[in-house]
Design a protein around this ligand. Structure first.
Ligand SMILES: Cc1cc2nc3c(=O)[nH]c(=O)nc-3n(C[C@H](O)[C@H](O)[C@H](O)COP(=O)(O)O)c2cc1C
Length: 207
C-alpha cells in the first residue's frame, strides 16, 4: 500500500504548515518532469463589470509573500487588475497529474524588483516591451515590426534599454492555495490551505 500523510492523502501532500513549502516541492518536481514551461500558469482576472478572462503567463518568482508574473500594465489583464485586484492562478502539470489553484489579491512589485527582472531579459524582449501595446488592435504586422525597428534605433545599446513604466510585475498574495492530485475513477485528492490572520488552516475537499 502507498504511504499516506496524516490526512490519509498521498505522501506527496506532505505535512507542511504553509502552502509555499509544498508549492516549492511540487514545482521542483514539475521542473524535472514537464516537457517545457513548468512555470506556465493560467491567470484568471475579472474586471469592474464582472466579466472574466483567463490566459497563460509565466511565474517568475515566488516566496512567502506571493507569486509573481510580469506583463504590460496597459494590457487587457493589466487594466482589469487595476480595477479589480482579485485574481487567481491555476497550474496543471500533466506529467504529474497535479493541479494547484491559487486565489488572492494582486499587488504591484517594487520598481527595484521589476528593474532587476527586466534587466535580466534579452535585448529583443526588452525592446518588445516598448514596441508592443499589448492587447491593443493593430492594422497589420508591419505596424509592429516598424515599431520594433524604431525602438531598436532609439535604444541601440543592448545594456541601455530602460524599463517602460507600464511594464512591471504583479504579485498574487494568496488567500488560499489548493493542491490536487489525480485519483483513480475520479476520486481525486484535494488539500486546501486557507489564510487565517497569520496562519494557514488546512482542509480536505471532496473531489
Ligand atoms: C506559455 C505562455 C506564457 C505566457 N507568458 C506571458 C507572460 O508572462 N506575460 C504576459 O504578459 N503574457 C504572457 N503570455 C501571453 C498571454 O497569454 C496573453 O496572450 C497576453 O498577455 C495578452 O493577454 P491580455 O490581452 O488578457 O492582457 C504567455 C502565453 C503563453 C501561451
Amino acid at each position: 500500500m502507498n504511504e499516506k500523510n496524516s490526512f490519509g492523502l498521498d505522501i506527496c501532500f506532505g505535512e507542511k504548515n504553509n502552502p509555499f513549502e509544498l508549492f516549492k516541492e511540487w514545482f521542483d518536481e514539475a521542473k524535472k518532469t514537464e516537457l517545457n514551461d513548468p512555470n506556465a500558469v493560467a491567470l484568471g482576472t475579472s474586471d469592474d463589470r464582472g466579466y472574466t478572462s483567463v490566459r497563460m503567463v509565466l511565474l517568475k518568482d515566488f516566496n512567502e509573500t506571493g507569486f509573481v508574473f510580469y506583463t504590460n500594465f496597459n494590457s487587457a489583464k493589466g487594466l482589469a487588475i487595476k480595477k479589480n485586484p482579485n485574481i487567481s492562478m491555476c497550474f496543471h502539470w500533466k506529467s504529474l497529474l497535479r493541479q494547484i489553484r491559487i486565489e488572492g489579491s494582486a499587488e504591484q512589485v517594487s520598481d527595484i524588483e521589476a528593474d532587476e527582472y527586466y534587466s535580466s531579459r534579452k535585448y529583443e524582449s526588452r525592446i518588445g516591451a516598448w514596441a508592443s501595446n499589448q492587447s491593443s488592435e493593430i492594422s497589420n504586422r508591419k505596424e509592429l515590426t516598424d515599431s520594433i525597428r524604431n525602438f531598436k534605433s532609439k535604444y541601440p545599446e543592448q545594456n541601455n534599454v530602460p524599463r517602460p513604466k507600464h511594464w512591471s510585475g504583479w504579485r498574487l498574495k494568496p488567500r488560499s492555495v489548493e493542491f490536487w492530485l489525480d485519483g483513480e475513477f475520479r476520486i481525486h485528492e484535494r488539500l486546501k490551505y486557507i489564510k487565517e490572520k497569520n496562519d494557514w488552516k488546512k482542509i480536505l475537499l471532496s473531489p
